[in-house]
Design a binder for this molecule. Structure first.
Ligand code: HSE
Length: 439
């Protein structure tokens, strides 16, 4: 049997501790599958003495990720520190410069510096694997990077943040408050160190930017994503969506359009009878639409220690099975030097259906005025309903409109026009509707 693969792990949080436990408990099975043992020979974390329920007493300790990456006698550097800059970025760069293989779950780092890191890895003949960075345990990176080669992708979209999906599901099914659901997601180890990254949509945006590059062969453009989180979604929206036959999910969507590539992250209404609408809790789902294969939908655990560690372990195993000097799969599917420039399609030209919820004074002519503002902007309505509003003054009513496919620009103009009407109470709510290909 070949020499053991020596692994150094930076970061022993939820994922790191799970990874150590799995590698230690399954040493024999891994050695058989990979044709060589996988041995953790170096670790670093913020606190050396914390009880994590794992035995690290026989593993060499380093004080910082940078020190481990520069000095440890290892073949693979596993980065589970997180963050786009600082220790994570410095240590990954240092490891790649040394020609070490790197495995990372760090979507923020890849969204910010993925192309630069891919170039270093490709120059050094090292592998840079990051399956765990997107959709936790779902092998979507491998699918896009390898299995779909030759396909022209038209759209990739999905539920890519377990914390948000967990919050939306529990709000809907149990009527719990947003704050309570978020606390529970943090307790279960799903949320980011700063949960604002989850609920404001940044985490989904980082993941989407990575998928866009893999799907369309373009430079990573994480700063060019239209972004809305879920903090504005109320129980009332969730109930109204349900009455109309929809569920609300935080989706990341990237699609090829005539004017460029549209990247957007926002709360989205999906038809109740679509598979993606039924994806609940921490589960993630990623759909890829392409010309040769058609529609591929992958569903699985999106966050948490074991799910994420499973992807990290798969990446380590791929390195264990690879041979020195062998031809490497390009880190981002296309060689980093050959990625095309990213051309952004503006959000104003997005076309789709819209849900609009308005709270209005109960006066004669309001319905007609709203319908007129829509018609002036060439917006065709699928439905318009009025209902009593239990949370507002007795005279206030809720009006809910669902549009046929229309331009974002038209919706913005119509909503602006309604905002200047004296009958409007509070802010209008606008939620985009996304339809899977088969619906
Ligand atoms: N905070 C992330 C989530 C972790 O909730 O999905 C996995 O990337």
């Amino acid at each position: 049997m070949a020499d053991a693969l020596k692994v150094g792990i930076a970061g022993l949080g939820t994922v790191g501790a799970s990874l150590v436990r799995i590698i230690q408990n399954r040493a024999n099975e891994l050695a058989t599958t990979c044709g060589r043992a996988i041995e953790i020979t170096a670790v670093t974390a913020r606190d050396r003495t914390r009880d994590r329920g794992i035995d690290i007493s026989r593993i060499q300790w380093f004080d910082t990720p940078e020190q481990l990456a520069r000095e440890a006698d290892i073949d693979v550097f596993v980065e589970l520190v997180g963050g786009a800059e600082g220790a994570a970025a410095n240590s990954v760069r240092a490891a790649l410069e040394r020609g070490l293989h790197v495995v990372t779950a760090n979507k923020a780092l890849l969204a910010a510096s993925g192309v630069e890191l891919a170039k270093i890895a490709e120059e050094k003949g090292a592998l840079l694997n990051f399956e765990a960075a997107v959709a936790g345990g779902i092998p979507v990176i491998k699918a896009l990077r390898e299995s779909l080669t030759g396909n022209t992708v038209s759209r990739v979209y999905g539920i890519m943040n377990g914390t948000c999906n967990y919050i939306l599901t529990r709000m809907e099914k149990e009527g719990l408050s947003f704050a309570d659901c978020l606390k529970e997601a943090q307790r279960l180890g799903y949320a980011e160190a700063d949960p604002a990254f989850d609920i404001e949509g940044n985490d989904t945006a980082h993941k989407l930017a990575i998928l866009t590059t893999l799907a369309f062969g373009t430079q990573i453009a994480a700063d060019e994503i239209y972004l809305e989180g879920i903090t504005n979604i109320s129980i009332e929206d969730i109930r109204a969506a349900s009455d109309l036959g929809y569920r609300i999910k935080l989706l990341g969507v990237a699609q090829r359009t005539e004017s460029g590539i549209e990247q957007r992250v926002h709360p989205t209404m999906v038809p109740y009878d679509s598979v993606i609408a039924q994806v609940d809790g921490v589960t993630n789902a990623v759909a890829i639409e392409s010309d040769i294969l058609g529609e591929l939908l992958m569903v699985g655990p999106g966050a948490g220690g074991n799910a994420t560690a499973s992807s990290v372990l798969g990446d380590i195993a791929d390195i264990a099975k690879s041979r020195p000097g062998a031809q490497r799969v390009p880190v981002l599917g296309t060689p980093a030097a050959a990625l095309a420039p990213y051309k952004r399609a503006q959000m104003q030209s997005h076309e789709g259906g819209y849900f609009i919820r308005l709270t209005v004074a109960d006066r004669t002519g309001v319905f007609a005025s709203i319908a007129a503002r829509m018609a002036e902007n060439a917006i065709s309505l699928e439905s318009i309903v009025q209902r009593a509003n239990p949370d507002s003054a007795e005279t206030a009513k809720t009006i809910i409109l669902v549009t046929h496919a229309t331009m974002e620009d038209s919706i913005r103009k119509a909503v602006e026009a309604i905002k200047s009407e004296s009958y409007l109470v509070g802010e209008p709510q606008v939620i985009r509707i996304e339809r899977p290909k088969d619906l």
